[in-house]
Design a binder for this molecule. Sequence first.
Ligand SMILES: Cc1cc2nc3c(=O)[nH]c(=O)nc-3n(C[C@H](O)[C@H](O)[C@H](O)COP(=O)(O)OP(=O)(O)OC[C@H]3O[C@@H](n4cnc5c(N)ncnc54)[C@H](O)[C@@H]3O)c2cc1C
Length: 106
Amino acid sequence: MDRVVVVGGDAAGMSAAAQASRGNHQVDLVVFEKGAYTSFAACGLPYFVGGLVPEQESLVARSPEQHRSNGIDVRTHHEVMQIDIDARHRHRRTDADLDRRRLVGG
Ligand SMILES: Cc1cc2nc3c(=O)[nH]c(=O)nc-3n(C[C@H](O)[C@H](O)[C@H](O)COP(=O)(O)OP(=O)(O)OC[C@H]3O[C@@H](n4cnc5c(N)ncnc54)[C@H](O)[C@@H]3O)c2cc1C
């Protein structure tokens, strides 16, 4: 089974996660996002600031819950503090370390 860690749950990270989870192969995938949001349309921020988009949540293309319902293990409020490429460990602010084979920076 492929084992993949994605750091960052915005455009690049969630695209990579979605790509990794597609197909018939088995993948053990986890996404660590330090913030509260995933798939956040930063490009729309000027419209929010200008009042054209009233709710900040409207800029979220896909929430963590929606990603989870698609089978992607997204862990928000999890900041990756350190990556030890040789030992293949990540040190996070919360939880215990996890071993993963592939690492994707989003
Ligand atoms: C005002 C504005 C207008 C824009 N307009 C356009 C446009 O018209 N067209 C266009 O193509 N692009 C535009 N962009 C840029 C576009 O939004 C970015 O290219 C896109 O957000 C990049 O996505 P990303 O996933 O690569 O990086 P980011 O959006 O930077 O995502 C990185 C994610 O990783 C998380 N993260 C970072 N470090 C850690 C860590 N140590 N542990 C865990 N999580 C971590 C962050 O919280 C973040 O969610 C615009 C951006 C802004 C701000």
